[in-house]
Design a protein. Structure first.
Length: 352
């Protein structure tokens, strides 16, 4: 790497003396243009934010200023020593620092490579490679678009044919279109009363729910039961509880849009069969799916909304998820206010 000009060295010395905490410059993103870079002061917090933004956009390889043959590096990693020796001997390869892509992305790349057609015809004496079952993708978007559309259509067909909660649960357990089922231990459908005025809808099962096959049985579920008990509600007597997604995502990550779309026909039919008088949407994902994809749960919690299915229009009350409250106990008061609003509705039958 070439030595830096003296002016740049002075700038680096100044930067080293500065703290990395956020400054007002982090309130806006820089315009990444050459003319802007020449006059933009270096702020460690600002550039850290820029790196994080690039990672969100899918940039996972951190390279130096010198060009690096990433394709050759990947070929070397697959066990081709002649390529490895040639690549690793290059000075730019020695100076580069690679950051490995997340496991989910690597799994998708492997699955895509296995299903991609060969670029050229195989050699005459080539031994045919046995068909291998692709590893379960951790992300529903890793599937081909037409296949996902067909699975959603199949889910809608199966859900519409169910005329009871028992039939709907059997249809969900038999449905293989969502790839989350491949990595989950159990199908987590619902718990509580079949016919009730109150339907609580959460986001997705966690590790405890996956082991027991019931929603909200871990620490967050215990907190929810305790909170509901303070307003005279119990899943054993007067409410039913379920999730938007029926299988635990790997690592408890947030379900993506494809996975939600595959579970949604069953969730919507579930609401239609229960026909509750009110829905308590627990967590941002639940509220966004039922009400508005752009909804901010911290701003819209405690405000009445509506959800329409078939001929029914059902009041929906968004509230904070117990898992969030375990991380942010200071916000328990807001969740308690939401439950008091729910209690007032159950007594009067009217929303404000």
């Amino acid at each position: 790497m070439q030595s830096l000009p003296s002016s740049h060295k002075a700038l680096l010395r100044t930067i080293a003396k500065q703290s990395a905490r956020a400054t007002p410059t982090t309130l806006k993103r820089p315009q990444f243009m050459p003319e802007a870079l020449n006059s933009l002061p270096y702020d460690p917090a600002l550039w850290a934010e820029a790196v994080a933004w690039q990672q969100e956009c899918g940039v996972f390889d951190t390279l130096t200023a010198a060009p690096v043959d990433a394709i050759a590096l990947r070929a070397a990693a697959k066990g081709r020593p002649e390529v490895a020796n040639d690549v690793t001997s290059r000075p730019e390869a020695q100076a580069a620092t690679r950051v490995e892509a997340p496991a989910e992305i690597r799994a998708e790349m492997r699955a895509a490579a296995e299903t991609a057609p060969e670029a050229s015809a195989p050699a005459a004496n080539a031994v045919p490679k046995p068909a291998s079952k692709p590893s379960p993708a951790a992300n529903q978007h890793g599937r081909r678009g037409l296949e996902a559309v067909a699975d959603i259509a199949e889910a809608e067909k199966l859900a519409a044919a169910c005329d009871s909660l028992e039939a709907l649960q059997a249809a969900v357990e038999a449905f293989d279109g969502c790839l989350l089922k491949d990595t989950a231990s159990s199908t987590v459908f619902a718990d509580g009363q079949d016919q009730t005025d109150i339907l609580v809808i959460g986001e997705a099962p966690g590790a405890d729910e996956d082991r027991q096959g019931k929603p909200f049985v871990g620490r967050s579920g215990q907190m929810l039961d305790e909170m509901m008990g303070h307003v005279g509600l119990s899943r054993d007597t007067n409410f039913r509880i379920t999730n938007i997604v029926f299988w635990r995502p790997p690592g408890n990550r947030k379900p993506n849009a494809g996975e939600i779309a595959l579970c949604w026909p069953f969730s919507k039919r579930h609401i239609e069969l229960v026909a509750p008088k009110v829905i308590l949407a627990v967590g941002g994902l639940s509220a966004q799916t039922l009400i508005d994809p752009n909804l901010r749960i911290t701003r819209e919690r405690g405000k009445w909304r509506e959800f329409s299915v078939g001929a029914q229009t059902i009041p929906v009350l968004p509230t904070l998820h117990p898992a969030y409250l375990l991380r942010q106990p200071i916000n328990k008061r807001q969740a308690w206010e939401d439950l008091l609003i729910l209690q007032d509705f159950l007594r009067s039958g009217e929303t404000p």
